[in-house]
Write a protein that binds this ligand. Structure first.
Ligand code: 13P
Ligand code: SF4
Length: 313
């Protein structure tokens, strides 16, 4: 990697962004410095909507690989780059497209309506009828045809939560996010005892034992609205620690406490944290690593992503 120690990375990123007519999209789990130089910071749904409507020539997606891929699915004519090609996702990895394809073949008689959480590869998106995010999953499931069984992939925890909310039973792929699986009933019970006046706000990727202890279960974007509108002054935030930067920046008069795990004071996603200011600068400078997709696969995946965007309006 080049030596960039003499460079004012934030200033150079902003200069290159203008020069390249680029837009920087950053997920809520990114480090604070990246959130500060981004044009939009948000959840998977909000950032997919921004990717769908941008007129920039270059999209720089600071998140993980499937997020950049989703931006490319929606923008085949644009250059889409991500700071680190190895920023993967345990949830996406838990459902390889070949395994899903084989499962659907084996159970062809079921004629499943496949709903795929956006945390999956383009190959899985191409096999799905519709995509959802944690911000619109209940709505997408409620809009599903009533005469076909639903297969929900890949997150069993989000799927179980959506069934609790909607009353719609679904067959669940047994995948999970390793970050949200680190929270336990004990670790969150302890946090509640230590901060009795704080409300517990948890992501639906958490296991049920943790969700049951929460005052609110919602996507990262809805966490911002919930905490802003709540009369409470303090919140235990049970999701990846990057979320705390956004909350503290936008709601400076309230207190945000990271949800602890059994071994750590907070949970970090090792994939999200692969992105650094230096890698962001280099990817804007060199326009790589670039996301490229085979056109047939992209077009199939686009159908299910567009269906989600239409249903989310
Ligand atoms: P949202 O920001 O859409 O709630 O998703 C959380 C997540 O785990 C993304 O990887
Ligand atoms: Fe994947 Fe979990 Fe990391 Fe999100 S937090 S990118 S779901 S491993």
């Amino acid at each position: 990697m080049s030596n960039t120690s003499h460079i004012d990375l934030a200033a150079e990123i902003l200069r290159l962004k203008k020069e390249r007519n680029a837009v920087i999209l950053a997920h809520n789990y990114q480090i604070e410095e990246i959130q500060r130089v981004a044009d939009h910071v948000g959840d998977s749904l909000g950032l997919s909507q921004k990717a769908a409507e941008t007129d920039a020539d270059v999209i720089v997606f600071c998140g993980v690989h499937f997020m950049g891929e989703t931006a490319k699915i929606l923008n085949p004519g644009k250059t889409v780059v991500i700071p680190d090609m190895d920023a993967g996702c345990s949830l996406s990895d838990s459902c390889p497209a070949e395994k899903l394809e084989a499962f659907l073949k084996e159970h062809a008689e079921k004629n499943y309506h496949v709903i795929a959480y956006i945390n999956c590869s383009a190959g899985v998106k191409a096999l799905a009828d519709v995509i959802c995010t944690s911000g619109n999953a209940v709505k997408i499931v409620e809009a599903a045809p009533k005469d076909r069984p639903i297969l929900f992939v890949p997150d069993q925890n989000l799927g179980a939560w959506v069934t609790e909310q909607s009353g719609r039973p679904m067959d669940l792929w047994q995948g999970s996010c390793y970050v949200h699986m680190e929270y336990t009933r004990d670790s969150i019970s302890r946090a509640k005892q230590e901060h009795p006046d704080a409300l517990v706000v948890a992501h639906p990727e958490c296991p049920q034992a943790v969700r049951l202890l929460a005052d609110e279960v919602c996507s990262t974007e809805k966490m911002v609205t919930f905490c802003r509108n709540s009369p409470a002054k303090a919140f235990v935030i049970v999701t990846e620690e990057g979320m705390l930067h956004r909350l503290r920046r936008e709601i400076p008069d309230k207190i945000f406490i990271p949800g602890p795990t059994d071994t750590c004071a907070c949970a970090e996603c090792r994939y999200m944290k692969r992105n650094t200011m230096e890698k962001l600068y280099l990817c804007l400078r060199d326009l790589k690593p670039e996301i490229l997709l085979e056109e047939g696969l992209r077009a199939k995946a686009e159908k299910s992503v567009r269906r989600m965007l239409e249903l989310s309006r």
